[in-house]
Ligand binder design. Sequence first.
Ligand code: GDP
Ligand code: IMO
Ligand code: MG
Length: 420
Amino acid sequence: MNTVLVGLQWGDEGKGKIIDYLCRNKDIIVRFQGGNNAGHTVVINGKKFVFHLIPSGILRQGKICAIGNGAVIDPAVLIEEIKSLTEAGIMISPDNLKISLLAHIIMPYHRLMDALREKNEIRKIGTTKRGIGPCYMDKVSRFGIRVVDLIDPHFFECKLKENLKEKNPLFKKVYGDKGFSFKAIYEEYNAFAKIIKPYSCDLVDYFYKLKEKSFLFEGAQGTFLDVDFGTYPYVTSSTTIATNALCGSGLSFLKPDEIIGVTKAYTTRVGEGPFPTELEDKTGEYFRNKGKEFGATTGRPRRCGWLDLMLLRRAVILNNVSKIVLTKLDILDDLEEIKVCIDYTLKDSASTGFPVDLSKVTPVYKTVKGWKTNTENIRRYEELPLEARNYVTMIEDYLSCKIAYVSVGEMREAIIEKDN
Ligand code: GDP
Ligand code: IMO
Ligand code: MG
């Protein structure tokens, strides 16, 4: 059984926790897009692991984890992640971690370009400043440096020289910055290359031989950060929806059997961009505090708001979702009343259908009764309070899609499997 897992909102839906849970029955877990803009959290016996590049399946023994061609890799971050996992007693070796030779490498000038653009008050979009966008820009412009290029010292030298020749004058002219020295980057990245080389391989060939195994594709970011279908230009620079899973992994010969979409029981977003159900009041603060809504990558406070079923309905269609995982239901535990967006009114047009520009909509809410009960220790669906089950059913009915799991706490075991 091959499963693709994606976020249905603006990222941070709890994908890491769910990957850790679902990968028990999988052989291979693959990241297919994005880079260390992602922060995927898994909490085991009170110990918190945050993954930026390595798939969240690495904590389970005997699993193979891979980073596909569609991802972008900052080697310093990858090496640090390998090191800190090894120190935590997790065995990482070229047997259980594979990196595509075709994945693109994030260079120091990508991070600088990202940071400099974010200094521009008009053009900034609140990126993670990890160099993700500029790295994908070079990929598409055909200036990029891939893993296969990095691990060949002579080729890397030529590519880096070419790139700096072009980029340094730009840094000087546009940003007044002095640019980069070839020697410093060459030496640093050559050292990275030596560490990364044993993990790198042609994933197409490698996976083709293992095509009878079961795959789990770990999406990063979320549907509305997708470069095409998200709230452009306030998006990331990759295709985050499920159709990219095979292409971004080199597994075009495989067929996914199911697509799992993860959503929180409310909504959050980090960075700029429209967010119709955002709450800039006490309830928003409540979500941020109780839900610990601070970025797993940058530590920035996440913007919080009510669940938006208009967005979710669109996400279910865009990803062809077979079933849903609802996370953080426990965060709603203390609320007397819960609002859910079930429609939009448009500010300056009467058009029906999904409004592509979300900055022009006003949400229409339905108010439901809260359950005022602690759900964190509940493990059987029937034991959830009636109002909580009603909340789940309301979402299913509105989306015409079943919720297969409900997550009620950050701990690995705080999850309820729902019979459908
Ligand atoms: P991801 O990027 O989608 O993997 O999500 P993040 O790890 O960035 O953010 C999700 C946060 O919520 C993490 O701190 C998780 O430990 C936590 N979390 C996940 N599921 C639940 C849940 O059901 N309840 C609570 N209280 N926390 C959860
Ligand atoms: P996970 O995988 C939440 C957001 C940034 C910014 C926009 C563009 O943990 O869900 P980028 O650095 O990608 O160019 O920033 O996308 N963003 C995320 N928000 N979760 C993420 O990943 C994100 N990755 C990027 O905050 O608004
Ligand atoms: Mg995250």
